[in-house]
Design a protein around this ligand. Structure first.
Ligand code: GLP
Length: 243
């Protein structure tokens, strides 16, 4: 384990930059990068921006797919994942606008939107590297406890635990957190060639334990990663407490 969340961000960013540099892209075949939101990836995003500014990595041949989005928040809402990704990462990189994708939580037909997103991923996939965080209840993207291992992009209801955990972004009011979201499924995630999981903080210790030591169980969606042949975990000391 690494000392703290900053170190995790630094090491994870270096790893992602190396993968992008190693990849031989062309116009037909970009590097496909899967991305999460939440607090955990922020040090990684800051470190990626620093590497980019230092000329160590370019995103000209990168195509990104975010894992989830709230239902019913306009893209301009500061807590929509569209807005968060724009502010925290995209606008700081040489990543053209048409090169980043998120599910549209404002779509008139949400089920059709999920099918569209899954088809777009299939068209451009496989994802070379899917970066992920984990919820303290073990959720992966918005695959809450109980999500089937063979799940695909779909509309989901957020658990009370997740709405409470995310209330800090909504004036500490869980009722203001949207009740539903669009999320890639566990099966969608597991199709990535590599998964990089970030786990920081003592509040994530139980989730990390389920990820590496627990049985593969829908009760801890993150345990599905044990089925993946190429998952790398960057964690800090605090997160390893339950191991
Ligand atoms: C959010 C996101 C997940 C994220 C998780 C943990 O709700 N949908 O993709 O990994 O919850 O968030 P945080 O990193 O802020 O603890």
């Amino acid at each position: 384990p690494l000392a703290d969340a900053e170190q995790v961000g630094h090491r994870a960013a270096r790893h992602i930059a190396t993968r992008i540099r190693e990849f031989a892209p062309d116009e037909q075949r970009p590097f496909v990068l899967g991305l999460p939101t939440g607090s955990t990836p922020l040090p990684t995003y800051r470190a990626l921006i620093r590497l980019h500014r230092a000329g160590a990595v370019s995103f000209r041949h990168v195509l990104t797919f975010n894992m989830d989005e709230y239902v019913g928040l306009p893209q301009a809402h500061p807590q929509s994942y569209h807005a968060v990704m724009q502010a925290q990462l995209f606008r700081h990189l040489d990543l053209p606008r048409h090169r980043h994708h998120l599910p549209d939580g404002m779509a008139g037909d949400l089920h059709a939107e999920c099918r569209r997103y899954e088809a777009l991923l299939a068209q451009h996939g496989p994802v070379q590297l899917f970066l992920a965080g984990v919820g303290r209840n073990g959720h992966l993207a918005f695959n809450e406890p109980g999500a089937p291992l063979d799940s695909r992009t779909r509309v989901v209801s957020l658990s009370e635990a997740t709405r409470r955990a995310n209330a800090r972004f909504f004036h500490d009011t869980p009722e203001r957190v949207p009740e539903r979201a669009l999320t890639v499924g566990l099966a969608t995630l597991l199709e990535a060639e590599e998964i990089v999981l970030l786990v920081t903080g003592a509040h994530k210790a139980r989730a990390l334990q389920a990820a590496v030591e627990g049985p593969v169980s829908p009760q801890w969606p993150v345990s599905a990663l044990q089925r993946h042949p190429n998952t790398l975990i960057f964690c800090d000391h605090a997160a390893t407490r339950a191991l």
